[in-house]
Design a protein around this ligand. Structure first.
Ligand SMILES: NC(=O)C1=CN([C@@H]2O[C@H](COP(=O)(O)OP(=O)(O)OC[C@H]3O[C@@H](n4cnc5c(N)ncnc54)[C@H](OP(=O)(O)O)[C@@H]3O)[C@@H](O)[C@H]2O)[C@@H](O)CC1
Ligand SMILES: [K+]
Length: 211
């Protein structure tokens, strides 16, 4: 079982990019793999809400939102922290405009009724404690009553330690991308991660440490 630090994960992605698997392609693969896992775990889902942050974790969520809309599901995207800021997340957000996807801001988050909530708020980039906007989005996810699927890391947990900030998301399932991080194996984080499923995002074996 491969467990890496966030710094090692960044290095792995950098090597993969240098070896022909672009960052954009890895995001596409991550969102696609997570969507497949979601369909397996909640086959009857009709309405999904994707709670997106402004980094690449949000970008993975936009890929899922696109695939779900193309599949005929009702899709709501919540921009919990405003519009995306990273290049690939921006590109994937723009692709949603041609699809029947409802875009909402954090202000209206409480009125959403979904059977699945995708936690695409923060992944390995989370640090510190939850700020008010993130807290509000996490409160929605914790209390929605929906099946919560977290992308890479349940929001509010530090990937390298598994330490949870007050108000962190508790997911039924967490899809870990490429490699496990400490959060996926730390006993204290188990109740937040739920079932952890590892997803291949197309990184060549040789890009991993000690490969
Ligand atoms: N590299 C790749 O290409 C691939 C990466 N992949 C995916 O990307 C994820 C890593 O993406 P990432 O590095 O962009 O960080 P991410 O987890 O989105 O968080 C950063 C954002 O959160 C914010 N933020 C942080 N703490 C906060 C707080 N307390 N309160 C409020 N805001 C806070 C922070 O804002 P800032 O602190 O800068 O204001 C920033 O906007 C990884 O887990 C995987 O899912 C896959 O697609 C595969 C390819
Ligand atoms: K997440």
């Amino acid at each position: 079982m491969r467990v890496v630090t966030v710094a090692q994960m960044k290095q792995i992605e950098k090597l993969a990019d240098a070896n022909g698997v672009s960052y954009y392609q890895m995001m596409e693969n991550a969102g696609t793999a997570a969507y497949r896992i979601l369909r397996q775990r909640v086959p009857h889902a009709k309405h999904i809400a994707v709670v997106a942050g402004k980094g690449n974790n949000g970008g993975d969520g936009f890929v899922m939102a696109r695939l779900a809309a193309q599949d005929g599901l009702s899709v709501t995207v919540v921009l919990a922290e405003g519009e995306p800021v990273t290049r690939d997340a921006k590109t994937n957000y723009a692709l949603l405009h041609a699809l029947p996807v409802t875009i909402q801001t954090a202000d209206t988050v409480r009125s959403i009724h979904a059977d699945v909530v995708v936690d695409a708020l923060y992944g390995t980039g989370f640090h510190g404690s939850l700020r008010p906007s993130g807290q509000k989005a996490c409160d929605f996810m914790r209390t929605s009553g929906a099946y919560v699927l977290a992308l890479d890391v349940p929001s509010g947990l530090q990937a390298d330690t598994g330490i949870a900030a007050d108000g962190a998301v508790k997911a039924q399932c967490t899809v870990a991308f490429d490699s496990f991080k400490q959060v996926h194996i730390a006993p204290a984080a188990a109740a937040f991660c739920g079932t952890v499923v590892l997803a291949d995002i197309g990184v060549p074996d040789a890009c991993h440490p000690h490969a």
